[in-house]
Write a protein that binds this ligand. Structure first.
Ligand code: AMP
Length: 294
């Protein structure tokens, strides 16, 4: 395994693999502090592709000035050991200066999709995400890039970006990996105290309850939103930022639920930590362009 820090080296290595060796390349973009959620993407990439590249880059462009860029957990030594065990071929770990050199001026915005949900609470976040993913896809030109359903809005935005800009990469979205308690794995879970971690279980529990209500025949989107809201608010350490129900493919808000793939997504403060999660319902309704590969 080689750790690459330079964009130019990364792009020439990837070009060689594609052109001279005619091998498929899979990219798993991450911000490091790897956990089982990231590793599930790496495992799938390893199975699907000849060569696996994992990028580890805490992208300053996707953090607002008041957010946790400085505290965000970083441990490249541990990440490298994990990725060695998973037989990854390359780690791409550039510095911020390497990704955004002096004079950098080009940003990518996926309009509409970026302005709702996480985009409301975190203005500029998806501009940063879309920009860094575009740079990574252009540098490496992977056949496949792997993302988690955990960040459902991000996955929808990246699919749109790839389609709109005619990028030659297939986006693969994989299910959310959870702790035994149901809490979605996240690098930010390290911010939680033991009590907060326990309280955070309510998020997945509430989403599961909503899915059960849907399965039992509830077709009023607002009622499912209320159910999640009430259950989370009943936990004293948790505070809802938003609960939203939308078409899982295009994030259009839904009131009356019909035969479409449905996504309930939430952001919840547990103590000072902001956690996001979601649940997919009726995923089978989609005929093509599935959000989650099954
Ligand atoms: P991050 O390092 O948080 O930027 O995440 C890198 C990738 O891992 C993104 O595609 C995330 O959606 C994905 N990911 C993060 N947490 C999970 C999880 N619990 N299950 C599955 N994928 C995840």
């Amino acid at each position: 395994m080689e750790i690459i820090n330079r964009r130019q080296r990364m792009s020439s290595v990837a070009r060689k693999i594609r052109r001279e060796q005619d091998k498929s390349v899979g990219l798993v973009p991450t911000m490091g502090a790897l956990h089982e959620g990231h590793l599930s993407l790496v495992r799938e990439a390893r199975q699907m592709c000849d060569i696996v590249v994992v990028s580890v880059f805490v992208n300053p462009a996707q953090f607002a000035p008041n957010e946790d860029f400085a505290q965000y957990p970083r441990d490249l030594t541990k990440d490298t050991a994990l990725l060695t065990d998973y037989n990854v071929d390359y780690i791409f770990a550039p510095t911020a200066e390497e990704m955004y050199p002096k004079g950098y001026a080009t940003y990518v915005t996926v309009e509409g999709l970026s302005d709702q949900l996480e985009g409301v609470s975190r203005p500029g976040h998806f501009r940063g995400v879309a920009t860094v993913v575009t740079i990574l896809l252009n540098t490496i030109r992977p056949d496949f890039a792997f993302f988690g359903q955990k960040d459902a809005q991000q996955a929808v935005i990246i699919k749109r970006l790839v389609r709109d800009l005619a990028l030659d990469t297939e986006i693969v979205v994989l299910p959310t990996v959870r702790e035994d308690s149901g809490l979605a794995m996240s690098s930010r879970n390290v911010y939680l105290s033991a009590e907060e971690r326990d309280a955070a279980k309510v998020i997945h529990k509430a989403l599961v309850k909503a899915k059960e209500a849907y399965k039992a025949g509830e077709r009023n989107g607002g009622k499912l939103v209320d159910l999640v809201h009430r259950m989370v608010d009943a936990e004293p350490r948790a505070r809802v930022d938003y609960v939203n129900i939308a078409n899982a493919d295009n994030l259009e808000r839904l009131d009356k639920l019909e035969d479409q793939p449905i996504l309930i997504s939430v952001a919840v403060f547990v103590g000072k930590t902001r956690l996001i999660d979601n649940i997919l319902m009726n995923a089978g309704a989609k005929k093509k362009d599935a959000l989650v590969k099954v």
